[in-house]
Ligand binder design. Structure first.
Ligand SMILES: C[S@@+](CC[C@H](N)C(=O)[O-])C[C@H]1O[C@@H](n2cnc3c(N)ncnc32)[C@H](O)[C@@H]1O
Length: 274
């Protein structure tokens, strides 16, 4: 069945979908989450923002108050979940935030088993007609566990209903803290994981602006390389943004002590005015 103006149609499963494949604006929100009687449940991938609890989106808050289950990624049963803590005040009463353990290991078989087990836990919920949220820090589709979970989920259940809800990324917060545009006019911006591989130098030279995520593995070598490329003065190192121990070093050409934790990223802006 199509709407009068032909802008959207009702699919046989009762789902309203616009011509562009999206739900028509303003219709789906009240029925998106929560128990879905006699229907397949929906998984909501929710980015809860970069760490500051006030940087969660209204949509995320709304959905967290409706879903039947909330999952979050953790490297162990006992590890505190930052995303879980940010989400907790918004979660419907009686709904527990369940940690899915994704072990930090290079053992492919162990990883594969964990991914599969976690995807199965989500599928089980959806098959019961219940809705679930899977939380990630920052944005849910930017270097996120959720993206891998989706892969396994769709393998197990190609028809799974999934809605991804974007969140504010860590590098957006970094730019905001510096009051510095990420990208302007005809400039380009490259975002990459900071491994010092063959691409590192090429990307640094080719881009006007860089976001180097996850440089923690070889921070000293990465910052040395940026110095060698003449970019130290144009680089801001941002660590633990909105978290305890927040540190921003604006200009790596200044004497400084380098923080080396997991929650660190580098912003490079080559433009003259900074
Ligand atoms: C697995 S990625 C997750 C990225 C996240 N989904 C996002 O949208 O920002 C983890 C990396 O994001 C960056 N990051 C995340 N939160 C951060 C924070 N609060 N402060 C600084 N860097 C952060 C760091 O580079 C960290 O190694």
């Amino acid at each position: 069945m199509a709407s009068d103006d032909g802008r959207w149609e009702i699919r046989p499963n009762g789902e309203p979908v616009g011509q562009n494949g999206l739900r028509p604006e303003g219709r789906a929100e009240t029925r998106e989450a929560g128990r879905e009687e006699n229907r397949e449940g929906t998984l909501y991938g929710i980015g809860v923002g970069p760490g500051d609890p006030s940087l969660i989106t209204l949509k995320a808050v709304q959905l967290l108050g409706q879903v039947d289950h909330v999952f979050t990624a953790s490297t162990s049963e006992t590890e505190d979940s930052l995303a879980g803590n940010i989400a907790a005040p918004h979660v419907r009463e009686g709904v527990e935030v369940i940690k899915l353990v994704f072990p930090m290991t290079v053992d492919g078989k162990r990883l594969e088993e964990a991914w599969l087990k976690n995807a199965k836990a989500v599928v089980e919920v959806l098959d019961e007609g219940r809705s679930a949220a899977f939380l990630t820090l920052g944005d849910c589709l930017t270097y996120s566990t959720y993206a891998y979970l989706l892969r396994y989920l769709f393998d197990l259940k190609p028809s799974a209903k999934v809605v991804s809800v974007p969140g504010i990324t860590s590098y957006q917060l970094a730019a905001a803290k510096l009051n510095r545009p990420l990208v302007l006019g005809r400039e380009n911006l490259t975002i990459f994981g900071g491994a010092l591989d063959a691409n590192f130098e090429r990307l640094c030279q080719a881009s006007d602006n860089l976001v180097i995520m996850k440089p923690y593995r070889d921070m000293a070598e990465v910052t040395k390389k940026l110095k060698d490329l003449g970019l130290a003065g144009k680089t801001a190192l941002c660590a633990n943004l909105a978290l305890a121990g927040e540190t921003i070093i604006d200009g790596l050409d200044q004497p400084h002590e380098e923080p080396s934790g997991y929650f660190s990223l580098l912003l490079v802006n080559k433009r003259e005015e900074g």
